[in-house]
Each structure stands twice: as structure tokens, then as C-alpha cells.
Design a protein around this ligand. Sequence first.
Ligand code: MG
Length: 162
Amino acid sequence: MVASRVGLGYDIHPLVEGRKLVLGGVHIPFERGLLGHSDGDVVCHALMDSLLGACGLSDIGSLFPPEDPTWKDAESVKLLGMVVRRVQDEGWDIGNVDIMLIAEKPRIAPFVARIRENLAQALGVPEERIGFKVTTNEGLGSIGRGEGICCFAVSLLVRRKP
Ligand code: MG
């Protein structure tokens, strides 16, 4: 039996006017927000896919299909809680996660502490197990032009001792 497993997640959403910007379940004041069927929270989406990938389960698209009206404008941090329960049901504990958010604007640094706190709560682990880093794309490409925000996440799961 494999004692630990790693999973990778990635997500990107366009930034548009008339939407709230929510990252890691934290509302960040900005003139634009991420477009999506749910709240467009790329942090939670990338993290959920990394957790599901580590378990060998499918992905958030199959778990929460965009065509299902149940998930319209859903708070992604709540969906994250559902994924965590699913992971636990499969007999895994969360070892640690590491997240890399890439955003040209707005400045995310002032919100990092709150995002980590929120994610630690959703995952039911101490904050020290949540790595959360933010960088810009140095003005390059669509992310660099501020047309969207993307996020990578890796999760390490540890087999729960019987
Ligand atoms: Mg998404």
C-alpha cells in the first residue's frame, strides 16, 4: 500500500467587470472579478483538482458540472470542504499543500494571511501545512496584461493509519 500520494491542479479564469474577486474564499476589493459558473475562485479550484488527483478521483468538472444549476455562483471554498470530506472518506489525510497564484493585479500580498487562514480551516489542517505564494507574470502574455488570474497547486496526501 502506498503511504503517500501527490496531486497537481491548475486553473485560470478571465477577469471581467461586474464580478466580485474571490481568492481562497477571501473577497479582495478590485474593479474586476473572475468570470465563472461558480465564484471563479481559481485558488480553490486548483487546490480541489490537486486533492482529487492525488486520490485518483476525477476532477472538479465531473464532481460539480458547470451545466448543473446547483453550482451556479457557488462559494468555491464550500465546494473545497466537500472535496476534503471526499478525500477523508477515501482514507487519506492532508500532509501539506503548496499553492502558486499568478496575478498581475491587484496586489494580493495584503490578503495572503487571511487566505491561508481560510484554506487551513477548509482543509482542517494547521496553517503551517498551507504554502501560499503570489507572483506576477512580469507583464508577459494574457496574465501579464491582467486579462485573467491563474493558479497552480500541489497536494500531498498521507494514508491514514488504521
Ligand atoms: Mg475554475
